[in-house]
Design a binder for this molecule. Structure first.
Ligand code: 2HG
Ligand code: ZN
Length: 466
């Protein structure tokens, strides 16, 4: 087939295998499907294509290879690194019509579904079958399983259940070459060579398109309770982590600062208790028949005596637990209007106290006039440090200033062996900083892997690395 650069002719070619109604070029679709939650890049896709079968995805990838068209796989577009942004005339491949749960196996305790199934749909499906899909985060109602896999999404239960990667036992992908690979097929054990499944998990759409997956399920949490504790400083946050984790099996250990809490309070939530403290810790654990209440209260007393906490509350009902969770989960959305500069750092938990002290000193020195919010999954060594744009400041100047500070922050992070992205991915926002986490030799292997799956470079070009 001859190569064409005429957009109309290119789109006409797609109509041969996808219903024209599912190929959109109207401004609204281009805007909505061409961006994610970063809101930093002007969306500018050539078109948005909504396939409804693996065969259609395969035909599209083959067509894109023939015509050297760039493809951007697209799920719920709740990402925070720009990995699903189409700002350079790409074709967005939105998986939302591939939203079927295909199979449930109670013996394997697994569910097989298409990539466009919304995370919460899987969670509800599992619950309706007496089981639990434990990967969870605030965007559960819009994010899709394929997108979660493409970023190896983490969230709020990682301390107990791990990341998305730990729940994927099967993966069907259409590679950048247009081949359909059926990886691992739900097996628990499979020692037959390289596990390509794990290359696609976290690949941010740069190797191919995830079309189907098999997920493991587990038993639900039994009567989980939530404690929110008011804490005087970051060192005490870490002390609480040691004490509570040694005695209780935690399913969450989150933290947030008083300024971060301030933003959710402005949106109508209530303080967990009267005392305002510089930091708060949210702990969740199973408490069947109140089995662990005495232990939790004894730990509370012990930590209060040490001065590691000033006040606290323990949920008395499922409803109250949910309300307490909102204090942490709603932070990100409550600050979105301030166009925050986002950090999603990871360090080994043992190195977190020293890193936090250095990072805190740097940020206090460099951002004397900016509001800096600390929150995140501290029990996983994952910090979401968000810098809010002062209203009067011009956005490009703000991003430039934050970018310059990032170089210092990531320099410190590198000394601690940390990562510039714990769970949001590299995408576009963190691409300039990848070398702080991966050395040149490692990046050259990443490039070689990309070349093997996507020889013509059509899959999400410009994401992770150039
Ligand atoms: C969270 O943990 C999300 O709330 C968003 O990962 C983090 O807003 C952020 O930086
Ligand atoms: Zn997070």
């Amino acid at each position: 087939m001859p190569h064409s650069t005429d957009p109309t002719a290119l789109l006409n070619g797609i109509y041969a295998f996808i219903d024209p109604a599912q190929v959109r070029t109207d401004p609204d679709s281009c805007l909505n499907y061409g961006r994610d939650w970063t809101r930093l890049y002007a969306p500018n896709p050539l078109a948005v294509v909504l396939p409804n079968s693996i065969a259609q995805v395969q035909a599209l990838v083959r067509y894109a290879n023939e015509h050297r068209l760039a493809l951007v796989p697209s799920g719920g577009r709740t990402g925070l690194s720009g990995a699903a942004v189409a700002c350079r005339g790409e074709i967005v491949v939105a998986l939302e019509r591939m939203n079927q749960i295909l199979d449930f196996d109670p013996v394997d305790r697994s569910v097989t579904c298409q990539a466009g199934v919304v995370t919460e749909t899987v969670q509800n499906f599992a619950r309706d079958h007496g089981l639990y899909y434990p990967v969870d985060f605030a965007s559960r109602g819009s994010s899709q399983i394929g997108g979660n896999i493409a970023t190896n999404a983490g969230g709020i239960k990682v301390i107990r259940y791990g990341l998305t990667r730990d729940w994927i036992t099967g993966l069907k992908v259409v590679t950048g070459s247009g081949d359909l690979l059926d990886l691992n097929r739900g097996l628990i054990k499979n020692a037959s060579g390289y596990d390509l499944r794990h290359l696609f998990i976290g690949s941010e759409g740069t190797l191919g398109i995830i079309v189907e997956t098999t997920l493991k399920l587990t038993r639900p949490l039994c009567e989980p309770v939530v404690m929110v504790l008011g804490v005087p400083d970051l060192d005490s946050v870490m002390s609480l982590y040691h004490v509570f984790r040694n005695k209780l099996e935690l399913s969450a250990f989150e933290f947030f600062s008083e300024p971060a809490l301030g933003h959710v309070l402005k949106k109508g939530l209530h303080r967990p208790f009267d005392a305002a403290t510089p930091y708060y810790v949210l702990i969740e654990f199973e408490n069947p028949g109140q089995l662990h209440t005495d232990t939790a209260l004894a730990l509370f007393e012990q930590c209060a005596e040490q001065g590691w906490l000033a006040d606290g509350v323990i949920s008395q009902s499922e409803h109250q637990a949910k309300e307490l969770w909102r204090l942490r989960e709603d932070i990100s959305e409550s600050i979105s209007e301030h166009l925050p500069y986002k950090n999603d750092l990871a360090v080994r938990i043992s190195r977190a106290p020293a890193f936090l002290a250095e990072a805190d000193a740097l940020l206090t020195r460099e951002y004397p006039d900016f509001e800096v919010l600390w929150y995140g999954h501290i029990g996983d060594g994952n910090l979401h440090i968000n810098i809010l744009k002062p209203t009067a400041m011009d956005h490009p100047a703000f991003v430039a200033k934050c970018g310059a500070v990032s170089e210092h922050l990531f320099g410190i992070l590198q000394q601690y062996g940390g990562s510039i992205s714990a769970e949001h991915g590299v995408g576009l926002t963190k691409k300039p900083y990848l070398h702080y986490t991966r050395d040149a030799a490692e990046i050259s292997y990443l490039r070689a892997i990309k070349k093997a799956f996507d020889p013509n470079g059509i899959m999400n070009p410009g994401k992770i690395f150039d």
